[in-house]
Design a protein around this ligand. Structure first.
Ligand SMILES: C[S@@+](CC[C@H](N)C(=O)[O-])C[C@H]1O[C@@H](n2cnc3c(N)ncnc32)[C@H](O)[C@@H]1O
Length: 178
């Protein structure tokens, strides 16, 4: 059984960004790595209709919990976009971004470790997400100063939120494709 990621500073920073977004009603939104659903809740609090949400996670426990919490949303167990069809106006991801710590247990690795250098999942995500965006669609992605070698592809980047926590700096980006 894998533990569900408990909302932390990163989750709350991306929720702050989501709370400031405008004109979200009728937008088709996908949240990658939904975990506990804290970002989905922030979206619903910002006038997003639950039925316009697609919530994705690789963790079966998270999926079971999300299905109960958000019965009107589409909840999909998938490794990134593997099981996803269609296009979205907004794709949001608070990804596992830390370099793998060999001492960390398997459950906690799933939620926090983004690969050997921390950016492997982010880079896979950035490569795939492009084809799932509607024209003028946007990505909201969190990264950390601890995440090395992010391959930003051709996305145009804008900073929505930044926060220094004692050993790292978190940034919430808005990405648009050219
Ligand atoms: C840092 S947690 C964020 C959880 C939640 N969105 C939040 O902000 O609190 C990262 C989430 O990504 C999920 N995840 C990890 N690898 C994934 C993958 N390859 N495809 C989909 N989800 C993945 C984890 O199970 C975890 O729920």
């Amino acid at each position: 059984m894998s533990l569900i990621y408990q909302p932390a500073e990163d989750s709350f920073l991306i929720c702050d960004a989501v709370a400031k977004l405008k004109n979200l009603n009728n937008k088709k939104i996908l949240e990658m790595g939904s975990g506990s659903g804290v970002i989905a809740e922030a979206l619903i609090n910002n006038h997003v209709d639950e039925k316009n949400l697609t919530l994705v996670d690789i963790n079966l426990e998270a999926i079971k919990n999300l299905k109960q919490k958000f019965p009107k949303s589409k909840v999909v167990r998938s490794d990134l976009f593997k099981k996803i069809h269609g296009k979205f106006d907004l794709i949001i991801f608070n990804p596992p971004y830390l370099p793998t710590d060999k001492k960390e247990d398997k459950e906690s690795k799933l939620a926090t470790a983004g690969g050997k250098i921390g950016s492997e999942i982010i880079n896979r995500f950035l490569k795939q997400a492009n084809t799932y965006l509607e024209k003028n669609g946007k990505i909201i992605l969190l990264t950390s100063s601890l995440t090395k070698r992010i391959d930003w592809q051709d996305y145009e980047k804008k900073i929505l939120e930044e926060k220094k926590i004692f050993f790292e700096e978190l940034v919430v980006w808005e990405l648009t494709k050219y």
